[in-house]
Design a protein around this ligand. Structure first.
Ligand code: MLT
Ligand code: MN
Ligand code: ZN
Length: 298
């Protein structure tokens, strides 16, 4: 299996267009921090094509990295489908930007995500007038074979809230983590860019993986309030903070088997600064910080 980090920042990217926080300013200055595009990875089995996992607003540029030199047809999509962990705008807006597809875009996700993208923010309905979309429902706990690939994917619940565009609709929708296994190769990969619960079920899944790509959105629960740019806490937004007791970092540090890499990193997170004490703490915990273009073979 091959996994490539296409975008390692959270929604808004790094730097974010309207943000003058210290980390965004460092990225703009080209010093102490490397810019990053929005949250997305690509996965490919030992047999079969690449799949996009989350379709960010940066998808068209991100997909450039996946073209295969050996393909010589004029219209050749570099991916065979899109998998979604949730229905957030930063993970789904890219679907609209794939509308040039000559064939319906195959999209895998939980049934609640399909509903959100039909009723709340009707990306799937809009696509019907363009490429069309072929929905494939993922049922939590049940591995699904990806068509044309040696990969299976299994969704599991990671908690969290429905996207804000569903506020007031009464729809309850959390995020999923995805576990990838390859019939044509070794290795278990778990991807959870949003993580609101870290109970035994989630930890057991991480412990049984070879590679864990996990929510590195916020450092503290009150990162945004400290900067004076928002009242919502990390947990309000469906993300466990990294630091402190009960934070993700302590739990990740205890895992023995997997390589652990932080993804979906918010532009305000001090771990993005290459000389920050927070980044040192992550490194000392044996955890890596994703960057765009990081590729892992298993
Ligand atoms: C999230 O990751 O929590 C969402 O993308 C936040 C948002 O876009 O509102
Ligand atoms: Mn997000
Ligand atoms: Zn910022």
């Amino acid at each position: 299996m091959r996994v490539r980090i296409l975008g390692s920042a959270a929604g808004g990217g790094f730097p974010q267009w309207n943000c003058r926080c210290p980390t965004c300013e460092a990225a703009r200055a080209g010093a102490r921090a490397v810019p990053r595009t929005q949250s997305s990875i690509a996965v490919r089995g030992g047999e079969g094509p690449w799949f996009l996992v989350n379709a960010s607003p940066d998808a068209p540029q991100q997909l450039e990295a996946l073209h295969d030199e050996a393909v010589d047809s004029v219209r050749a999509p570099p991916i065979a489908g899109v998998l979604l962990t949730d229905a957030e705008i930063d993970h789904t807006a890219g679907l609209l930007l794939l509308r040039e597809s000559a064939t319906p875009i195959r999209v895998y996700g939980e049934v609640g995500v399909e509903r959100a993208l039909t009723e709340g923010y009707p990306v799937l309905s809009i696509l019907e007038r363009y490429s069309g979309a072929e929905w494939r429902t993922l049922t939590p706990g049940r591995p699904t074979q990806l068509e044309g690939s040696s990969l299976t994917v299994e969704a599991f619940d990671v908690g969290g809230d429905a996207p804000r565009y569903l506020d007031g609709s009464g729809v309850l929708l959390g995020a999923s983590g995805l576990v990838f296994r390859d019939r044509a190769g070794a290795g278990v990969v778990t991807y959870a860019p949003g993580l609101a619960r870290l109970d035994d079920d989630v930890l057991d899944r991480f412990a049984a993986s070879d590679l864990v790509l996990v929510d590195g959105t916020f450092w503290r629960d009150d990162d945004l309030a400290r900067l004076g740019i928002g009242a919502r806490s990390a947990l309000d937004m469906g993300h466990l903070p990294l630091s402190g007791p009960g934070g993700t970092l302590q739990a990740l540090a205890r895992l023995e088997r997997p390589r652990t890499v932080l993804v979906h990193i918010n532009n305000t997170n001090p771990i993005l600064l290459e000389d920050s004490p927070e980044r040192d703490e992550v490194v000392r915990a044996g955890v890596e910080i994703a960057y765009d273009g990081l590729e892992v073979g298993l």
